[in-house]
Design a binder for this molecule. Sequence first.
Ligand code: PBG
Length: 342
Amino acid sequence: NKISRPKAAGNRSVDEITGSRRLRRMRKADWSRRLVQENHLTVDDLIWPIFIIDGESRREPIPAMPGVFRLTPDLAVKEAERAARLGIPALATFPNVDMKFRDQTGSHILEADNLINRVTRAIKDAVPEIGVITDVALDPFTTHGHDGILRDGIIVNDETVEQVAAAAVLQAAAGADIIAPSDMMDGRVGAIRDALDANGFSDVAIMSYATKFASAFYGPYREAIGTSGLLKGDKKTYYLDHANSDEAVREAEQDLAEGADMLMVKPGLPYLDIIRRLKDEFQMPTFAYQVSGEYSMIKAAAANGWIDGDKAMMESLLAFKRAGCDGILTYFAPQVAEMLKG
Ligand code: PBG
């Protein structure tokens, strides 16, 4: 039972098929690949999110985020110094607040000397040349892990906005260079802008978490700030439905109209289409947050020997550049900065 050799499809040569266009020509050597490379990742693209705990000279590993630690303010300063040496432009700080400071309304966010404000002061004192971005949201401060004031099962928009705007002023007073509201309440960007301007902080910028999607990829972060056991229900009444793209454009448009200086898309890799749409539509500084779950997926696969962790890290970050990002918030920041240097 002999299988006959399949017949060639036609009589055309490859040159006839391609019209002599040989797209592999420029890929033939490292030098020519470098010459035609369209997008580049540099240290200037990196924002490093760090987790803070109270105390001194202590760092706690975060099991769901191998290689990431919660740092006491003094160690956060050390890392800020390291970041500055590496040329990383900015840090984003996220506090894990002691349970005794958490309540139903997240009132501790209004303490001028709370953990987030103390660490900002400490970093700006020691390393004034590095940018500090503070997340202004209630979730590290509430006993229910929601980003808003929760009453009768409802996240109350306008009261939350008032509180978040007041907190933003305290963060600016502590030295924050950029305020990043991540709660997705309606009207928060405009309210924060007004509050900052009214208190003499007109030079403090706003990076809006303009399109923040209800996502499973935030899991490890919630462990990091200690909200995973607290959160009841989900955040679908305020974060975007991850099925939607037009709505994301409307959110970004609204935030820009209210005064956002920069846009952010979050999570990152599953939302490259949104990044590209926003960049094309608005031509504004556009950032992606490669969130905790994206980081941990790469780390987990690499730890199992299933992928090359360093290569996957670099490929994922370059993908953000290709999609139109001006920068990326990534837990890989110091590692990438070291690699780019080497
Ligand atoms: C909430 C907030 C979240 C993240 C940063 N700020 C998401 C959430 O808990 O719902 C996620 C960051 C990450 O996953 O790396 N204000």
